[in-house]
Write a protein that binds this ligand. Structure first.
Ligand code: NAG
Ligand code: NAG
Length: 364
């Protein structure tokens, strides 16, 4: 009898012990309670599938061919995009698209949500007429709704703690520059310098709104070498980069870094990591073999010169060696590129990660 009681106690002890070590393991693997993603097609995980008239969609082949199911998901990529790899790094499933959760009665927002939308920009101009997208201001409004739900579920003090430890990842801005260079109206209204200043300032206002609703840890990506995407190279006879696009990407990134530095001194308790996407991608383009790439100019999926005359649509052809292409389609990087970008923004040096990398940001 005594022995049996002892046995039960012992079993319970082991149950406690294993629960304890299980939770230790979880807390070790999961570095943040949630990831909230804001941005454009580089990190859209399917929000635009829910926009009825948007032309910025990727819910058709050959997008997604490197997933086990080979099915398109709305990602503008052959497989996982940077949002997926970032989630993996912090030990969480990819944050689900916000618009997919609206249809679900039992939707969970606890581990984060993605508001990212193909075609989206910092300024509202990117949402107009042709490209229906969710501009950043609207993405932030959606976050406020999620904030309210979580406060109701968790109580305000637990929710505030939850948000303060969560990662807020913002990957946006390229579409604003594309719009600027494509619109004579925008060009008339602002010099390029005024325009990149407007962008940084509008982003600052949105970061302040997120701060007012609990955000404390921000990851913000700069703009990549937008002059070197296949869609730009194909316009040049010798397939060289568009220098003007690159120049203003650099200028915006400088403004972004200065803005974030200022923001940190204005808002108590924030920390951030800013990734210099432009410098990193230029490094890859200049020394592709060091990163395992062979093809830095042509898209993998598309038609015509550089497979960039026609986008990646079902009638397009695609390359078999996707791991050695930097670009998937005329605008977007491959899964292989997304992987090394996230490896670098997570653990990379201060040359690219200012003032710290994302591992340091989430560990602090
Ligand atoms: C974008 O539009 C929203 C609502 O229509 C407005 O509140 C916001 O100020 C606009 N943002 C910018 C940067 O123009
Ligand atoms: C091609 O790009 C190079 C480098 O940016 C530039 O000097 C040249 O003028 C461009 N050619 C055309 C036809 O646009």
């Amino acid at each position: 009898m005594g022995l049996r009681v002892f046995g039960v106690k012992n079993n319970l002890f082991f149950v406690f012990l294993s629960l304890f070590s299980l939770s230790l393991e979880f807390s070790k693997a999961q570095m943040v309670p949630a990831v909230f993603v804001f941005g454009d097609s580089q990190v859209d995980v399917g929000n635009n599938n829910y926009l009825p008239v948007s032309v910025a969609k990727a819910d058709f082949p050959h997008n997604g061919i490197d997933f086990p199911t080979k099915k398109p998901t709305g990602r503008f990529c052959n497989g996982k995009n940077p949002a997926d790899f970032l989630a993996e790094k912090v030990g969480l499933p990819s944050s689900p698209p916000y618009l997919s959760l609206l249809e679900k009665k039992d939707a969970s927002y606890i581990n984060g949500v993605s508001f990212a939308s193909g075609g989206a920009g910092i300024l509202n101009s990117t949402d107009q007429v042709l490209r229906q997208a969710i501009p950043l201001t609207k993405q932030v409004e959606y976050y406020l709704a999620v904030h309210q739900i979580l406060v109701q579920q968790m109580g305000s003090s637990a929710a505030e703690k939850h948000f303060s430890k969560s990662l807020f990842a913002i990957i946006i801005g390229s579409n604003d520059l594309f719009d600027y260079f494509g619109s004579s109206d925008l060009r008339k209204k602002n010099t390029p310098q005024q325009f990149v200043d407007l962008m940084a300032n509008a982003l600052k206002q949105q970061l302040k709104r997120l701060y007012a609703f609990g955000a404390r840890k921000f990851f913000v990506a700069g703009i990549g070498a937008i002059g070197c995407i296949p869609a730009e190279r194909v316009k040049n006879k010798t397939h060289q980069c568009n220098e003007e696009g690159n120049f203003w990407s650099v200028k915006y990134n400088e403004g972004l870094k200065a803005m974030l530095k200022g923001l940190k001194s204005e808002l108590q308790g924030i920390s951030y990591s800013c990734f210099d996407t432009y410098s990193f991608i230029q490094g890859v383009i200049q020394n592709p073999s060091a990163y395992g790439f062979n093809e830095i100019k042509a898209a993998c999926c598309g038609l015509g010169d550089l497979r960039a005359k026609v986008p990646c649509v079902p009638v397009s052809t695609y390359c078999s060696n996707r791991k050695d292409h930097v670009f998937w389609d005329l605008y977007h990087p491959t899964e292989a590129t997304a992987r090394i970008v996230v490896d670098t923004l997570f653990d990379g040096p201060s040359q690219y990660c200012v003032p710290m990398n994302v591992r340091q940001l989430v560990s602090a």
